[in-house]
Design a protein around this ligand. Structure first.
Ligand code: PLP
Length: 286
């Protein structure tokens, strides 16, 4: 099926969508993005994603070409036009197309930002990775220092994912100064003696929207949460490990660098948190 996508003010078949070769998102990864999951045709945690988008834009002195109300309407139009029941919506805002390639960015009053959105259908409530758990490898974290901003500079995460694939694993967890920062596209957690451990928020990691929701649900369910860094060795010796992301919810991690975690099967804490997440999040879906 040819999808309908949204590009700079127009809804178009994906085969007809075009952007300028001078768009700074294309030339310099001068762009930020969001991925919002869709369940039963509704957006999960849209407010969270919009809040983070606004923060990413502000940190980079970028201006969105549409208002946040318009953005919600575009999301809804795309869900409808593509009959999307389950999956997600990718959104990218760029600094737009200057007259040429220039390290000095153009005045946002003169050059409007670019915007692209497209849907993707995907089984996110149940799939093989969720049922069986995933294997991860550790990879040195060589990304830039502002990982709290959700930019489209994804070459190192892409490299890490390829490394994982070649090693027969699914994902990569990044390590810096001996400690896990986060997954290539998710936040990382371990569980030891009933305590959920995940790195605290800083510029070192993306402030996951799913992370916020999962930690809230964990605390409401009287689970103990400790926000601190952990090592790969600690993770290998944990009772269980898991990762969170908008389209992965909680993904059990069953092996790290070839070492089984806990029983080597999805653990009860991540399984329980996923159930709560799937029960609760649709209640506030838009
Ligand atoms: N960390 C990184 C590096 C990511 O790319 C992502 C999602 O893409 C996450 C964490 C999880 O964030 P969220 O839960 O908002 O999807």
């Amino acid at each position: 099926m040819t999808r309908t996508v949204y590009v700079n003010g127009e809804y178009l078949p994906e085969t007809e969508a075009k952007i300028s070769i001078f768009d700074r998102g294309f030339l310099m990864a001068d762009a930020v993005y969001e991925v919002t999951s869709v369940l039963n045709g509704k957006l999960i945690d849209f407010q969270g994603h919009v809040a983070r988008l606004q923060r990413s834009l502000a940190e980079l002195e970028m201006v969105s070409p549409v208002t946040m109300e318009e953005l919600l309407e575009i999301h809804h139009q795309l869900i409808e036009k593509n009959n999307l029941e389950e999956g997600g919506i990718y959104l990218q805002v760029t600094r737009g197309a200057g007259a040429d390639r220039d390290f000095v960015w153009p005045d946002p009053e003169e050059v409007k930002g670019g915007i692209v959105l497209f849907t993707f259908a995907k089984k996110i409530t149940s799939n093989k990775a969720l049922d069986e758990g995933i294997k991860v490898i550790s990879v040195e974290d060589l990304r830039w220092g502002r990982r709290d901003i959700k930019t489209t500079q994804l070459l190192w995460p892409s490299f890490a994912k390829m490394k994982a694939k070649k090693a027969g694993a699914t994902d990569a967890w990044f390590v810096e100064d001996g400690y896990v920062t986060e997954g290539y596209a998710n936040n990382a957690y371990i569980v030891k003696d009933g305590v959920i451990i995940t790195r605290e928020l800083s510029n070192d990691i993306l402030h996951g929207i799913t992370r916020t929701a999962i930690l809230k649900f964990a605390k409401e369910a009287q689970m103990q949460v400790e926000e601190r860094p952990f090592t790969i060795e600690e993770a290998q010796n944990a009772d269980e490990a898991f990762a969170t992301s908008a389209t992965g919810f909680t993904q059990p991690v069953i092996e790290i660098d070839g070492v089984a975690v806990g029983t080597g099967k999805p653990g009860p804490v991540s399984t329980r948190l996923r159930e709560i997440y799937i029960d609760e999040m649709p209640k506030t879906a838009l």
